[in-house]
Write a protein that binds this ligand. Structure first.
Ligand code: GDP
Length: 458
């Protein structure tokens, strides 16, 4: 097992009741000994793997900074595969940072984002799909997303990929045998068999690719925009969503202006409501927001919730919105039913046949579930079909698509009766693509890129 320079980071979220400073690397135990003194006097470097000592954190002058537990996990039986010491302190931000700083003084260097998990990968403890799953578990916003990520974590996906690779390798081996012994030129029937096998592999890849859309949704949420002219009930709709207790409402300052993104959880499907905060918070923003921002919202959204006041005849603004959502994934809310209905709205169904419509009054309670059910139904069509948990992410989907292209190229070569060695070239390329997903085939830039997205301490 390789041992690297010792790294250290706070491994827990600041503000919890316990905070952990984690050290990993060849000098982890020695460094921990410089900042931790066990009440029993035992040195961390002398502790057995997977044991705990109770003691205190001390600064360079020997002053007590905090009480703590020290947990030792020796290589290779640790998360990173290296020697690991975890100092479990009280969760105070100041004492935690102080403890961290002391580990730096003791010889560790600050860990980069995801560096612990990266080491776990480099030491062969986990493969890339599992490493990425660690991040997805942490970032899961709903239970469905969590279970999907957890399924990757246990390596089920890797096993599937491994099988695909073996099948490709099988064909390559068969072809190479005939290249080596050209006198046994491969028969036409043989070409047919090989083609069949390649098709089977392509089908399997397609099956995995179909989960990509669902995976993206589970991980990132569906970007959803609520649009409509002023006063139709957009805020009422948002408030009705958010009032439900199950809503996961996280305020994440967005990258654009002062926008805020909020997540609501529709039975495990996260909806990421875009930029609605401004509309909700300041009354007069509504006036200029309605139409001018509708277009911008629609462009960024994967799902559009279009709200209309159907008690009054459609206005020019309504018409504009209708024209914008013609070819988009949308759910329509015809609101203010309690005030009656203008007959002109009956036409809408013909004009937007793809968009399910809720004919409701948001003023009356309970109606929000109608909207939610429509959204769920709308989203699940063709997306959340099978009961399987595996869902590939964008990078994985990209590589699967590349592999698929190479396999199609191999089929083309088979059909055109071109030499076996050309078929092998394409098959090998596909084999490499699949290997890149698990990290069997390494590209350092890609690996760095993946781990850089992790937070520090992971
Ligand atoms: P927004 O400007 O599109 O965000 O619309 P609001 O949600 O602020 O609603 C505008 C006004 O319409 C408010 O006074 C709401 O109370 C009212 N409103 C919303 N939904 C209904 C409804 O179903 N029936 C009636 N009568 N009024 C509603």
């Amino acid at each position: 097992m390789r041992q690297e320079e010792t790294i250290s980071a706070i491994a827990t979220a600041v503000g919890g009741s316990v905070g952990i400073v984690r050290l990993s690397g060849e000098g982890a135990l020695r460094a921990a000994d410089k900042v931790f003194v066990a009440f029993g006097g035992k040195k961390i470097a002398d502790m057995k793997s997977h044991t705990v000592a109770y003691g205190r954190i001390i600064d360079q002058e020997g002053k007590t900074v905090d009480e703590a537990l020290a947990v030792v996990m020796r290589a290779p039986h640790s998360y990173t595969g290296e020697d690991v010491a975890e100092l479990q302190c009280h969760g105070g931000a100041v004492s935690l940072r102080k403890t961290l700083a002391l580990t730096f003084a003791a010889g560790a260097r600050p860990a980069e984002g995801g560096e612990f998990t990266k080491r776990a990968f480099l030491n062969g403890r986990i493969d890339l799909t599992e490493a990425q799953a660690v991040m997805d578990v942490v970032e899961a916003k709903t239970e469905k997303a969590l279970f999907s990520a957890a399924a990757h974590l246990t390596g089920g996906f890797s096993a599937l990929l491994e099988e695909i690779r073996l099948n490709i390798l099988d064909i390559i081996a068969h072809l190479e045998a005939t290249i080596d012994f050209p006198e046994d030129d491969i028969e036409n029937t043989d070409r047919g068999n090989i083609d069949e096998k390649v098709v089977e592999i392509i089908n399997e890849i397609d099956r995995l690719l179909r989960t990509a859309k669902r995976g993206k949704i589970l991980r990132e949420g569906i970007k959803t925009a609520i649009i409509g002219k002023p006063n139709v009930g957009k805020s009422s709709l948002l408030n009705a969503f958010l009032r439900e207790e199950r809503a996961i409402v996280t305020d994440i300052p967005g990258t654009t202006r002062d926008s805020i993104e909020e997540y609501i959880d529709l039975d495990g499907i996260p909806l990421k409501l875009i930029d609605t905060a401004g509309i909700r918070n300041t009354g007069d923003v509504v006036e200029n927001a309605g139409i001018t921002r509708a277009r911008e919202h629609i462009e960024r959204a994967a799902l559009i919730l279009a709200v209309f006041d159907a008690s009054l005849p459609p206005t020019e603004e309504d018409e504009y919105i209708i024209s914008l959502i013609k070819d988009r994934s949308a759910v329509i809310v015809l609101n203010k039913r309690d005030l009656g209905r203008d007959l002109a709205w009956r036409e809408l169904k013909n004009r937007l046949p793809h968009a399910p419509t809720a004919d409701i009054s948001l003023k009356e309670g309970g109606n929000i579930t109608i909207v939610e059910d429509l959204i769920k139904f709308h989203l699940m069509k063709g997306v959340v079909s099978d009961g399987e948990n595996i869902a590939v992410n964008e990078r994985q989907a990209h590589l699967l698509e590349q592999a698929r292209e190479h396999l199609e190229a191999a089929r083309e070569t088979i059909r055109n009766n071109i030499g076996e060695d050309f078929i092998v070239i394409d098959l090998r390329a596909a084999w490499v693509n699949i290997g890149e997903i698990t990290g069997d085939v390494m590209d350092e830039d890609i690996i760095d890129e993946i781990f850089s997205k992790f937070c520090i301490g992971k």
